[in-house]
Design a protein around this ligand. Structure first.
Ligand code: FHN
Length: 435
C-alpha cells in the first residue's frame, strides 16, 4: 500500500514537472488573451542609427537604417560617439502613445536595445545608454507613463545580438569571447532592470537575433525561464530558440502574411506579422516608399481573417519625430478603425477561408464580419454551411449601424442587398449577427 502511494506521488510530481514546463510548443501555459484580442500594435525602432538617417559623412548607406554600423562597416569610435549627439528635443512620449492609440493600436513595442547595443533606458550595467547622452532621461520610463495614460500596453524589444559588447560582438571575434558572460552578467541583469517592476506592467518581450552562431537553444531556455520566474504573465516571442527548436509563446513572421498552416505555424497558434510602412525599420530620410492606407488596412484585415496580429513599424527621426509619411497613413487607418474596429478586435480567423469579394472575421459563434474589397454590382451571396443551424438576427453596415440591410435566405445561401454606391472603397464592413 505504502509503495503504491509513493509510486502515485512520484507519478504526480513527474506529470507536474511537465505541466510547468513553459517552452513552446507546449502551449496553453500562458494566457495570451490580451494579445490575441488586441490585434493591432505599433513597433518602434529608435536608436543612434536614427541620427544617421541612412547616411554617414555625406554618403548614403544601402539597406535598412538600423543596420548602418554593420552594413557600412562604420568605425566603432565614430558610431559610438553618436551617443553624445542623441538629444531628441522633439520627442514627446505622449504624442507617440497618442499616435498609436488614435491609429487603433492597442500596444506599443519599442527597441530598448537594438543590435548596435545602445540602451534607450537607464541601465546600471553599461555606460552605453541613454544616461550618457545629452538627453539623459529614461525613454522607456517616459513611454511607460504615456502608455498608461492612453491605455496602450507597453512591450519591449530586446536584441540578443550586441555589436558593442566585447564578448559577443562580431568586431571582437576571437577565442577569448565569453558568450556566457554576456548572457549571465549583461543580458539577464538588463532584462531584470526592465522586467522586475520598475517599468510598470510590461505586455511582452520581443527578442531578436537568434540566428547568431554563438546563441544556443539552451541559452534561450535559460532566459525564458528567467523571465517566467520573474513574471509568468509576460508574453515572449518565438525568437529565443533556434529555427528547429523554437522557444517562445507565439510566432513572428516578418514582412509577410503566412498562408497557414506552415511548417512552424499551425491553425491554433498565436502569431503576429511585423511589417514596415516603407522599406526600413530604423529611420532613413530618403525612404519615401510608404505603403498606402488602403494597403495597410487591407493587410490588417487579411491578417485578422487568418487569426493573427499586425505590429506595424514606425522609425522616428533622431530628433524624436515620427515621420509624416507614417503619421498621415496612421491617421487614415485610425479613421477606418474608429468605424470598423469591432470587426478586428477580439475576432478570430474565418472558418470558411477567403471569399472572392473579400475576407471574413468572426466573433465567437454569434457574429460574422464581411470585409468587402470588391464591391458587388448586385447582391452579395454567402454560403452559410458553417452556420446552417443558426438564424440570422441582423445584418448591418458598421458605418450605418442603425439601418438593417435587406437580406434573405435561399437554401444554404444568405443574400444581401447592398447600397448602390460603395460606402468604403478600402473595405466596407458588414456585420451579420446570428440568434
Ligand atoms: O535584424 C532585425 C531588423 O533590424 C529588425 O529589427 C527586424 C524587426 O523584426 N528584426 C531583425 C530581422 O529579422
Amino acid at each position: 500500500m505504502k509503495r503504491t502511494i509513493i509510486t502515485i506521488l512520484v507519478f504526480i510530481i513527474y506529470l507536474g514537472s511537465f505541466a510547468q514546463k513553459p517552452h513552446y510548443p507546449e502551449k496553453g501555459k500562458k494566457d495570451l488573451t490580451w494579445f490575441q484580442e488586441a490585434k493591432f500594435g505599433m513597433f518602434i525602432h529608435w536608436g543612434l542609427y536614427s541620427i544617421l538617417a541612412g547616411e554617414f559623412e555625406g554618403k548614403e548607406i544601402p539597406g535598412i537604417g538600423e543596420w548602418a554600423y554593420k552594413r557600412a562597416n562604420l568605425p566603432t569610435d565614430k558610431y559610438e560617439a553618436l551617443v553624445k549627439e542623441f538629444n531628441p528635443i522633439k520627442f514627446e512620449a505622449e504624442q507617440w502613445a497618442k499616435t498609436a492609440k488614435d491609429a487603433g493600436m492597442k500596444y506599443l513595442l519599442i527597441t530598448t536595445k537594438h543590435h548596435d547595443g545602445f540602451s534607450l533606458f537607464d541601465s546600471k550595467v553599461t555606460k552605453y545608454d541613454i544616461m550618457s547622452s545629452p538627453y539623459k532621461k529614461d525613454i522607456i520610463k517616459e513611454l511607460q507613463l504615456a502608455c498608461k495614460k492612453h491605455d496602450v500596453k507597453l512591450c519591449l524589444y530586446y536584441s540578443i545580438i550586441d555589436w558593442h559588447h566585447k564578448d559577443v560582438s562580431y568586431r571582437h571575434r576571437d577565442s577569448k569571447q565569453d558568450f556566457s558572460n554576456y548572457v549571465q552578467n549583461y543580458m539577464k541583469p538588463q532584462l531584470k532592470e526592465l522586467l522586475s517592476g520598475d517599468y510598470g506592467e510590461i505586455g511582452m518581450v520581443w527578442f531578436d537575433g537568434f540566428w547568431e552562431s554563438w546563441w544556443t537553444a539552451d541559452m534561450g531556455k535559460d532566459v525564458y525561464d528567467y523571465i517566467y520566474k520573474m513574471n509568468p504573465n509576460i508574453i515572449i516571442n518565438d525568437r529565443l530558440g533556434k529555427p528547429k527548436n523554437i522557444i517562445g509563446d507565439y510566432i513572428t513572421p516578418e514582412q509577410n502574411i503566412p498562408a497557414i498552416p506552415t511548417s512552424t505555424l499551425k491553425e491554433d497558434d498565436c502569431w503576429e506579422t511585423v511589417l514596415t510602412m516603407n522599406n526600413t525599420w530604423g529611420y532613413k530620410k530618403n525612404d519615401d516608399n510608404w505603403k498606402s492606407p488602403r494597403e495597410i488596412i487591407r493587410t490588417l484585415i487579411e491578417i485578422a481573417s487568418r487569426g493573427g496580429n499586425l505590429t506595424l513599424n514606425v522609425g522616428p527621426t533622431g530628433e524624436g519625430l515620427i515621420p509624416e509619411g507614417s503619421t498621415d497613413v496612421l491617421k487614415k487607418v485610425g479613421q477606418w478603425m474608429q468605424v470598423n474596429g469591432e470587426a478586428i478586435y477580439g475576432t478570430s480567423a474565418s472558418p470558411i477561408g477567403m471569399m472572392p469579394w473579400g475576407r471574413i472575421t468572426v466573433q465567437g459563434e454569434k457574429k460574422m464580419f464581411l470585409h468587402i474589397f470588391e464591391y458587388p454590382r448586385k447582391e452579395l451571396n454567402i454560403r452559410l454551411d458553417h452556420w446552417k443551424r443558426k438564424k440570422v438576427k441582423s445584418v448591418r453596415l458598421l458605418s450605418k449601424p442603425k439601418q438593417q440591410l435587406e437580406n434573405w435566405r435561399v437554401g444554404i445561401e444568405l443574400r444581401l442587398n447592398l447600397p448602390a454606391h460603395c460606402p468604403d472603397e478600402i473595405a466596407t464592413v458588414i456585420e451579420v449577427e446570428f440568434e
